[in-house]
Write a protein that binds this ligand. Structure first.
Ligand code: DGT
Ligand code: MG
Ligand code: MG
Ligand code: MG
Ligand code: MG
Length: 269
């Protein structure tokens, strides 16, 4: 077919192909979730419903989209790591970012009621997205370590802050003043001596965030089969191996995690 005289406008589209051979990280973050959490009465500092919904959305993203090797989430953010060798959409940055963010946002609304039950969704939430490329495995590990360290720092602070407010009756300003200039050790000490809380016993999901990886799992299902010489159908148990997205709440800063799951960074994976 002959080209229309309008075809030339295609030439205005910018080439946004991502550099080859780099890990592609897409990080999304809830827009103004300070307000969203208030309006929807999220439990402070950690709301299990909200955190589990975030993880459900991230699992959906990993299952629906191509080439995601690992994801890490905490608070209102999730990072998705695409394989270095991914050829998905010719590595066009806009495709990666928009597909991740829109799939996540629609999942958040779609699955809301499964987690929040009778708490109504009051207005449509939004998420921003960004892409960062990491050329080496060490850069990628350091990126994920940075996010997990951020999770730890914020969670320790928030845990003490809300104890001071909710249990000791301090105003938010007083609690903030009390924590001004304190180090991690000081915060642990306040939790222990004033609230009898050993921070290390707080739930792992709050302290470490959530890591999503692909795992082979054996599923036992019952199948009805008809044997050639018999007339009746028989129920038999068969084991199937499936690859599923599995959540972990473990340390990813040390070497142990990467030694345990070398396939995540493997070239051909
Ligand atoms: P932004 O990202 O610049 O549009 O603004 P925010 O307000 O989303 O700020 P951000 O992303 O730095 O901080 C996340 C907010 O979400 C923070 O105010 C606390 C809130 N949030 C996240 N998870 C929870 C939770 O489990 N419980 C409560 N109460 N709040 C949470
Ligand atoms: Mg922010
Ligand atoms: Mg946010
Ligand atoms: Mg955030
Ligand atoms: Mg189309």
């Amino acid at each position: 077919m002959a080209k229309s005289k309008f075809e030339y406008v295609r030439g205005f589209e910018a080439d946004d192909a991502l550099l080859p051979n780099c890990w592609i990280v897409v990080r999304l973050d809830g827009r103004n979730f300070h307000r969203f959490a208030e309006q929807h009465e999220f439990k402070k500092p950690n709301d299990d419903r909200a955190l589990h919904l975030m993880t459900k959305c991230a699992q959906t993203v990993m299952q629906e989209l191509e080439d995601i090797a690992i994801a890490y989430g905490q608070s209102d953010e999730y990072s998705f790591v695409f394989k270095k060798k991914s050829k998905w959409f010719k590595r066009r940055a806009s495709k990666f970012m928009t597909h991740v963010v829109s799939q996540f946002a629609s999942s958040y609304v779609f699955y809301w009621k499964d987690y929040f039950k009778d708490q109504q969704l009051l207005y449509p939430p939004g998420f921003d997205g960004r892409i960062v490329l990491y050329p080496s495995d060490q850069n990628l590990k350091d990126y994920l370590s940075w996010r997990q360290a951020d999770c730890h720092i914020n969670n320790l602070y928030n845990t003490v802050f809300w104890m001071l407010v909710q249990r000791s009756g301090l105003t938010p300003v007083q609690a903030q003043d009390r924590l001004q200039g304190t180090l991690a050790g000081d915060k642990n000490e306040i939790l222990f001596s004033e609230f009898n809380i050993n921070y290390n016993n707080e739930p792992l999901m709050y302290r470490k965030g959530t890591v999503l990886i692909w795992q082979k799992v054996n599923e036992v299902i019952t199948k009805k089969i008809k044997l050639p010489k018999e007339t009746e159908e028989k129920e038999v148990e068969v084991t199937r191996t499936r690859t599923k997205v599995v959540p972990l709440h473990c340390d990813i800063i040390g070497d142990q995690f990467w030694e345990e799951y070398p396939e995540i960074l493997a070239e051909d994976s």
